[in-house]
Design a protein around this ligand. Structure first.
Ligand code: AMP
Length: 396
């Protein structure tokens, strides 16, 4: 494995797997360019070293081959603006035109390839397809952490064609460093704050985290399954009836492992699922029929904030309530505020998973935490202990 810091890019063509899977509005304007901005340092590093760049990415989930809606052409203007240089485009990610344009690249040039997922070979991890991409370049950089948990042609398979000339980009390096810092050498106390909708989707990671953390908050929609399993009344709150045993086992396991498990005590409840519905605060285990919990209540916010502020390493995944609706975002905001306070006092905070990063962005607090992870699924799989194929392909 090579290093982007020391690799000699002079006169070389670098093919970079970036994550340009950005949201577009109905007129195909990029509505959030975070991922494009994130890739700029890696691209600039190659160009500054005297190399040229071939960018490849997916956009959305095209099912039927080439579709204008999913064309990466739509992002060129935003990319050029962020990069401050012209970007050439190949209408097809492989084939004669792409190969010719790649061969003609001069130092300082940038070529963007059309959506990789217009070929089903991409997600299938097809080797010939990967080889066609590889042939256009002298070295390979993977800078797409968000797809590192997938063994796709451009994220994993392609690496074998560059045994000595493959490396991580800065996004990847940053992600891996942040997660390793949290998992391998956390300053204590270490807290994991888990929210989101379901116990079933979070239980593997929660159990994994029990061996790492000192404190674990399990809240959000999980609250009601846990309280129901304990015999509480949860009204019509979201509940996974088939997860009662899992919830009880989680409580037992926390005790066994000596982890302080912190649960929600009260909830903001509504009887009609809309933002301006009248609310009432109920104990999390005593919610009247016809009412459902949609956020953590004031007592819980205070309790969570106190524990969080006392910690030195923080991992947050999953919102505390239905934060997409402004009136039920206060619980997540309280958690974000507490994380910001702890961070200011020297804690390292890692925000992971699409929804928690969306929370932080909604509250405009991205610069008040230590690290916002770009990869939801990839981050969770990494924490769960899985070897990410995209990471392994570079390291091996
Ligand atoms: P996840 O993808 O599992 O992290 O779940 C995120 C989703 O959980 C968000 O869309 C939230 O709106 C939702 N959520 C969090 N708390 C609740 C709750 N108390 N009731 C219903 N949905 C919730």
């Amino acid at each position: 494995m090579a290093s982007i810091e020391t690799y000699d890019f002079k006169g070389k063509r670098a093919i970079i797997r970036v994550d340009f899977n950005v949201p577009l509005d109905e007129n195909f304007n990029v509505t959030d360019d975070t991922r494009i901005r994130a890739a700029i340092p890696t691209i600039k590093k190659v160009l500054a070293g005297g190399g040229s760049v071939i960018l490849m990415s997916h956009l959305g989930r095209p099912k039927e081959g080439p579709t204008d809606k999913y064309s990466l052409r739509h992002i060129i203007t935003t990319l050029e603006k962020n990069l401050g240089t012209k970007v050439d485009f190949a209408d097809d990610c492989i084939g004669a035109q792409a190969a010719e344009k790649a061969a003609a690249l001069k130092p300082g040039d940038v070529l963007l390839l059309e959506n990789l997922r217009f070929y089903k070979e991409e997600e299938k991890g097809n080797e010939e397809f990967a080889e066609k991409l590889a042939k256009m370049a002298d070295c390979y950089i993977n800078d797409a952490f968000g797809t590192a948990h997938r063994a796709h042609a451009s994220t994993t398979i392609i690496a074998k064609f560059f045994p000595n000339d493959k490396m991580f980009g800065y996004v990847m390096e940053g992600e891996l460093k942040a997660i390793d810092k949290v998992l391998e050498s956390p300053e204590r106390p270490f807290i994991a704050i888990l929210g989101g909708a379901k116990v079933s989707t979070k239980i593997t990671i929660i159990e994994k985290l029990f061996s790492k953390v000192d404190v674990l908050i399990a809240a959000g929609g999980m609250t009601y399954t846990i309280q129901a399993a304990l015999g509480g009344k949860i009204g019509s709150s979201m509940c996974e009836k088939d997860q009662f045993d899992t919830a009880l086992r989680m409580i037992e396991k926390a005790k066994e492992m000596g982890v302080q498990l912190v649960l929600a005590e009260d909830a903001v409840c509504i009887s009609e699922f809309k933002n301006d519905a009248p609310t009432k605060i109920c104990p999390a285990n005593d919610i009247p029929d016809g009412w459902e919990g949609v956020d953590i209540g004031p007592k819980t916010r205070e309790k969570f904030a106190k524990v969080i502020e006392g910690c030195k390493t923080i991992l947050w995944n999953g919102p505390m309530g239905v934060f997409e609706m402004d009136n039920f975002a206060a619980g997540s905001k309280a958690v974000a505020d507490a994380i910001a306070v702890a961070t200011k006092n020297g804690a390292f905070s890692l925000i992971g998973g699409g929804d928690s990063v969306a929370c932080i962005n909604k509250f405009k607090m991205a610069d008040q935490v230590s690290y916002n992870s770009t990869g939801g699924g990839a981050l969770l799989e990494y924490i769960e202990g899985a070897e990410l194929p995209g990471v392994a392909a570079i390291r091996k």
